[in-house]
Design a protein around this ligand. Structure first.
Ligand SMILES: [Zn+2]
Length: 376
């Protein structure tokens, strides 16, 4: 029963590991579990900007090069503790509930259980299982693993599976993320003196232009991709003047424009248009661009994932994963994991136990096909 992904998921969920704080405790559990189940382990860490230690664990079975690497993250979004008890996992009605059960401690448990069942002596190529930090806040753990892990560089895995919840559909493409932050600086003063300069008035013409641009972006084929549902990039705007009172001129106002680039679209051009308009209004501008993830739906690994998952057809999803940090470090990558993303980040988050158990079987088939004998 030790390979039961349900009890392992429960144990992982019971340890709070919100990205804001250290994930050292949950990583310690993963590391110990790996050792108990015949893995070699490697530990990587860094200290984040809040002074918190962030740990990623790599488990390895088998030696040599090539093979298959599974990637999951151990951090979660906040638990919303005022609305439920997110760290007291409940098993019942065919589900496990608790923060991170779906995104993505359940999927992590499935990869661990699948690889644990393998006798390393029977592997012709190695299998790696990664449990990384900080996926929800920039992917720091996955970036560190592909850059610094000794196991990863020794192994140079040919294939990677990112086990984010896809309801076990093989995913060959997802959208990326662009953020343009524009800042206006004014001068605060009480309006009775009329001596201030409102940052809000300085930024307002830019906001109006963005409202117009948003209409075009939705319709313009340059920013759409029919392989996705929805085919549009979710162009969005938020702004913040720090809650300035009506009788004060705003000292500072920021506007953030965000959207989700897709393969083959003109997202860089769109980012430059937004940044250029902001600069033309004298605003300070910062941009970040994370490209989309894409492999051919006909790639060997995607086809293998499709066969291993009872013929589920490869598809695209609109949400992002750590794939963008990993895809260039391996030959082929697919996103495939148990659970429905609609459950992620919710109060009452849960994962289906049937999905969890089926995931273990799918991953075992993939290990068997790629790395050698792994059937029981
Ligand atoms: Zn996730």
């Amino acid at each position: 029963m030790k390979l039961d992904p349900v009890s392992l998921t429960r144990d992982l969920v019971a340890i709070k590991s919100v990205s804001r704080w250290s994930n050292a405790r949950v990583s310690g559990l993963v590391e110990e579990w790996f050792r108990e189940h015949g893995f070699e382990t490697e530990r990587l860490d860094y200290v984040d900007e809040n002074g918190e230690t962030k740990v990623s664990i790599v488990g390895r079975k088998g030696r040599g090069t090539g093979g298959l690497a599974f990637f999951s993250h151990t951090d979660t979004v906040p638990g919303q503790e005022e609305d439920w008890d997110p760290y007291d996992p409940v098993v019942g009605d065919g589900r496990i509930s608790g923060r991170g059960s779906c995104d993505m401690k359940g999927p992590l448990a499935a990869t661990m259980a699948a690889a644990a069942a393998v006798d390393p002596g029977e592997l012709e190529q190695p299998v790696l299982v990664m449990a990384t930090a900080d996926e929800e806040v920039g992917g720091g753990g996955a970036k560190q693993v592909v850059r610094e892990s000794r196991f990863f560089s020794e192994t140079r895995p040919r294939y990677a599976v990112v086990a984010e919840p896809t309801e076990l559909w093989p995913v060959y493409a997802h959208k990326g993320g662009v953020l343009v932050m524009a800042t206006a600086r004014g001068e605060a003063a009480h309006t009775s003196t009329d001596l201030g300069t409102s940052a809000n008035f300085l930024i307002a013409p830019f906001l109006a232009e963005m409202a117009e641009l948003a209409k075009d972006v939705k319709r313009n084929p340059r920013y759409r991709n029919a392989d996705f549902d929805p085919p549009t990039n979710g162009f969005n705007m938020v702004f913040d003047d720090g809650g300035t009172r009506p009788n004060v001129s705003a000292a500072r106002c920021t506007c953030q424009i965000g959207f989700r680039p897709m393969p083959g679209d003109e997202s860089r051009e769109l980012m430059e248009i937004v940044a250029g308009r902001a600069r033309a209004h004298g605003l300070e501008v910062e941009t970040t661009h994370k490209g989309p993830f894409y492999v051919s739906p006909d790639a060997d690994l995607v086809q293998l994932a499709s066969r291993a998952s009872a013929g589920r057809k490869p598809k695209t999803v609109p949400y992002g994963t750590d794939s963008i940090w990993i895809k260039d470090q391996v030959d082929e990558l697919v996103v495939l994991g148990p659970g429905n993303i609609a459950q992620a980040h919710t109060v009452g988050e849960w994962i289906s136990i049937d999905q969890l158990k089926e995931a273990v079987q799918i991953y075992r088939r993939m290990i068997h096909e790629i790395c050698g004998p792994a059937t029981s």
